[in-house]
Write a protein that binds this ligand. Structure first.
Ligand code: SF4
Length: 429
């Protein structure tokens, strides 16, 4: 099966026999001088191409279809945006191509010209029914420098994809990087399972309000647990009761509406990740850090950024509790574990350094984001383990993040034709 995407790829990389080229309708000699720039938006497929016929050089656009009759099917013959097409590239010619003014567009037929190994290898990748990725037989034999280069591009692509969410929140927060960062950081504290409740909590409890109570850690915990919905009802523990009293006073003062406790998930979560523990740690972070975002962007040594999180430990009550009113026989500081800190450094800190650098047009912050990722060990998850098993092994989060981008955005939707690794496999004879 020849697809339009495949023909784009063949045209872009010139993967066809170019000797004695001629246009099919006028039988004119044809030379391709410039293939053009791919256009991902509406309009012709390639801009700024240049071709030479026996009597002239033509500069303009290229349109690509499986059959020449697709031109009419897509109503390009009625659309003046296609009048500047200088060449219609098709797999099979079955109908003349006409512009909206009735003039004929030269057509190049690629059938019998595409290199056989290109068809064979792309079919192999695109049609392979596999349990994991289509190129699992070949990827291990690809030159490491080529894979490194492709993954570096994917890492930047991944960070840029995530910028859209930051920009949306930044607009919502009226351009405040501090508040946007606070919301993303809170979301990250909930990790996958309680990310949304944490985000709702941060949006319902402004930093300005919290800052007013920083002198009194009990009030910060009362505001956080009260807003999260954990301070309603009657309690056994004195501490729980104390928080409730503080919250009731502050709730009235600031007219706060608590979230519903049912949004928090404890199921399938290890006790150290219970939302109660994460909320207690978040309360400590709020207490211990003033202007955290400014601190992060002004910290030049990336190891210093890690230290901001290693010192977070929960308050005394939580040392022998995972939930309210239910103590445990053993005491522990309930600090943020190494994996949790790495997760925050990857998903919030590096991302914000990159986003802020991009926003300010400053490579210093973007480079710091990259340096941070290079200094964090590769994540351990099912995708990275599978790549390791195929011989693709890396030690830093810089590459593990890029591998996640590769798997989710290229391998799963079978975008092998736009993948740097796919390109090497397909073009290799
Ligand atoms: S997208 Fe790239 S890495 Fe993934 S299966 Fe295709 S060729 Fe391989």
């Amino acid at each position: 099966m020849i697809s339009e995407d495949f023909l784009h790829y063949v045209w872009q990389f010139g993967l066809f026999n170019r000797t004695y080229l001629s246009t099919i309708n006028s039988r004119d000699v044809l030379q391709i001088l410039v293939v053009g720039v791919p256009n991902r938006d509406a309009g012709p497929d390639f801009y700024h191409a240049k071709i030479k016929t026996s009597h002239e050089i033509l500069a303009g656009n290229i349109e690509i279809h499986v059959r020449s009759s697709d031109w009419q099917k897509h109503k390009h013959h009625l659309d003046a945006a296609y009048d500047n097409v200088v060449l219609h590239v098709v797999y099979e010619y079955d109908k003349p191509t006409l512009r909206s003014d009735g003039t004929i567009v030269p057509v190049l037929e690629l059938k019998n010209r595409i290199f056989p190994h290109v068809i064979e290898k792309s079919n192999y990748l695109l049609q392979k029914k596999t349990t994991w990725i289509p190129c699992e037989q070949q990827i291990g034999s690809i030159n490491k420098i080529s894979i490194d280069g492709w993954l570096s591009r994917l890492l930047v692509e991944r960070l840029e994809h995530k910028l859209a969410n930051i920009n949306e929140c930044l607009t919502e927060q009226k351009g405040s990087w501090d508040d946007t960062f606070y919301i993303f950081l809170a979301r990250n504290f909930g990790f996958k399972i309680n990310g949304l409740p944490f985000e709702m909590l941060a949006k319902s409890l402004s930093q300005v309000l919290l800052a007013k109570h920083k002198q009194t850690p009990l009030q910060i915990e009362a505001l956080i647990f009260g807003q999260a919905g954990f301070l309603e009802g009657t309690f056994k523990d004195e501490y729980h009761h104390l928080l409730q009293q503080e919250y009731q006073f502050l709730q009235q003062k600031y007219e706060l509406k608590p979230l519903n406790i049912s949004i928090w998930k404890f199921m399938r979560t290890r006790p150290q990740n219970f939302p109660t523990i994460r909320l207690a740690q978040f309360a400590t972070l709020v207490n211990q850090s003033n202007h955290l975002f400014s601190k992060i962007i002004s910290t030049e040594n990336v190891q210093e950024i890690r230290k901001l999180f290693t010192k977070i430990k929960s308050t005394h009550y939580w040392q022998n509790h995972y939930r309210f009113d239910s103590d445990t026989p053993t005491f522990s500081n309930k600090t943020l574990g190494k994996n949790a800190i790495d997760n925050i450094l990857i998903n919030t800190i590096a991302l914000f350094l990159f986003a802020y650098g991009k926003h300010m047009g400053s490579e210093i912050y973007m480079d710091r984001a990259i340096e941070l990722l290079e200094n964090i060990p590769a994540e351990k998850n099912a995708i990275i383990t599978q790549f390791n098993a195929l011989g693709i092994k890396y030690h830093s989060a810089f590459y593990s993040q890029a591998l996640l981008q590769l798997k989710n955005n290229y391998c799963d939707p079978k975008k092998c034709l736009t993948c740097g690794i796919g390109s090497i496999i397909i073009q290799k004879k």
